[in-house]
Design a protein around this ligand. Structure first.
Ligand code: DGL
Length: 278
């Protein structure tokens, strides 16, 4: 039971992000948890989260958590580093006994991987400035020097359809030049939008620099959490991914659908995207 709502293994898992970034996490969850269904919310009317005052993001986290819980979802994944930093504690306090999985930049694995002892983190301005991120970095301080680099404007470029790769490369070039000059040999993608430009980041960082993201670790964490709460959907028949997700956006459904197809492929052409007014 979560606040009087019965949690059922057959129910979907709710997922949200400010926009398409959460799709990078959704992809990992669809392949790692083939029995599960998802309700995906893109909060595009409030995008980008990365540059907004913290209390506005916390409000959005609480509004979306309430909506997702009232949909009957058995768990929620915050597929957004910025939202996790601004509101994971508040969402957990508001929804006791409801599994909530957040996402944080992969500082620990990166600190264990680096050979030069220098790790670069790319994230939004709000994530880098958050107390949660500072605490995370301090915890691994003895293992590696962490250089966090905010990338204002990058999320908005990734949200364009098609993505303007030249403009993205121009924005990223000085960032990667600085991180490699400082000897970073592991770059962490600390925003769920960034995996969609991981190829450009790898190209600019050059050979010998590892680029790591957190979609799969989050999917594994969700699986472990569902198992520990006896909430795994044990369904045996396999259902195509497109039938396992319901999409909602607080922005324009047609525009979101176009981005979905551009980023995840033409097999998502028939996906239904609903408008959400919260
Ligand atoms: N995708 C979000 C994250 O992981 C941020 C996007 C935004 O700034 O809205 O932090």
């Amino acid at each position: 039971m979560a606040n009087g709502v019965l949690l059922e293994p057959l129910s979907p898992v709710g997922v949200f992000d400010s926009g398409v970034g959460g799709l990078s996490v959704l992809q990992a969850m669809l392949s790692h948890l083939p029995g599960e269904c998802f309700e995906f919310v893109a909060d595009e009317r409030y995008l980008p989260y990365g540059d907004k005052p913290q209390h506005e993001i916390t409000d959005r986290v609480l509004t979306l958590s309430n909506w997702i819980r009232n949909q009957g979802c058995k768990a929620m994944v915050m597929a957004c580093n910025t939202a996790t930093a601004a509101g994971a504690n508040q969402a957990r306090a508001a929804h006791a006994n409801w599994p909530i999985v957040g996402i944080e930049p992969a500082v620990k694995p990166a600190s264990m991987m680096t050979k030069t002892g220098v790790v670069g983190i790319l994230a939004t301005t709000n994530t880098v400035a958050s107390e949660r991120f500072k605490t995370l970095v301090e915890r691994f301080d003895p293992l590696a020097k962490v250089i966090a680099h905010p990338c204002p404007g990058l999320v908005e470029l990734i949200e364009q359809s098609p993505m303007p790769e030249n403009a993205i490369e121009a924005l990223l070039k000085p960032v990667l030049a600085e991180l490699t000059r400082k000897q970073a040999d592991v770059i962490v993608l600390g925003c769920t939008h960034y995996p969609f430009v991981a190829h450009l980041i790898s190209k600019l960082a050059g050979p010998g620099v590892a680029v790591i993201e957190t979609g799969l670790p989050v999917a594994k964490q969700l699986k472990a959490r569902l198992e520990s709460e006896n909430l795994v959907n044990m369904r045996q028949e396999s259902i195509p991914a497109i039938e396992r997700v319901k999409f909602y956006t607080t922005g324009q459904p047609d525009a979101f659908k176009k981005k979905l197809v551009n980023l995840l492929g033409s097999e998502w052409r028939e996906a239904k995207v609903h408008q959400l007014l919260v």
